[in-house]
Design a binder for this molecule. Structure first.
Ligand code: SF4
Ligand code: SF4
Length: 163
């Protein structure tokens, strides 16, 4: 699949690094560097399996780009392409798990989401004392009750999927 929408945007980048300097994710995670990712897109084209595209927090802090490249929109487009292209990686799996749960229950049920996304390992990773505190404070529920609006939510998905 070719990247069509943002090719001219990508080629405008002159590697000043302003986006990386403004990016809160890049401050804490050296695997994510918007400037380098844009350079790689210029030179090598997109790699839809690249999990770094999913590290963008969509915070829109990188709009100070002097060349109006908008890395955030590029990442958003690449993610959409990965999903519609059937790519399987941590990002597309996360989105699928989230959508499946919200579609079924009309809301996010954290335990179901964790199980779908990471399997039983996710439950084992959570120390029992923390799990208990989360349960007591209503952060996770053992019963997975559907939202009263579940049917409306399902219809919204149906309309979006057929749009
Ligand atoms: S701020 Fe814009 S021009 Fe500068 S590196 Fe980032 S995308 Fe490229
Ligand atoms: S939108 Fe993404 S790339 Fe831009 S500053 Fe935020 S996390 Fe970084």
């Amino acid at each position: 699949m070719e990247l069509v929408m943002n090719v001219s945007d990508i080629q405008r980048c002159y590697q000043c690094g302003t986006c990386t300097g403004d990016c809160p994710v890049a401050w804490v995670n050296e695997e994510f560097n918007p400037r380098r990712i844009v350079l790689s897109l210029q030179v090598n084209g997109q790699d839809l399996g690249n999990e770094a595209y999913w590290l963008c927090a969509m915070c829109f802090k990188c709009l100070r780009c002097p060349r109006d490249v908008k890395p955030v929109e590029i990442f958003s487009e690449l993610r959409k392409m990965a999903i519609s292209g059937g790519v399987e990686n941590v990002g597309t799996k996360l989105v699928k798990a989230f959508v499946d749960v919200v579609k079924e229950y009309g809301r996010l049920v954290e335990t179901k989401f964790m199980l779908k996304f990471m399997g039983i390992e996710s439950i084992k990773m959570l120390p029992p004392s923390i799990a208990f505190k989360m349960w007591r404070n209503g952060k996770v529920s053992i019963s997975a009750k559907k939202s009263e609006c579940a049917e409306e939510v399902r219809k919204i998905f149906e309309v979006c999927e057929n749009a």
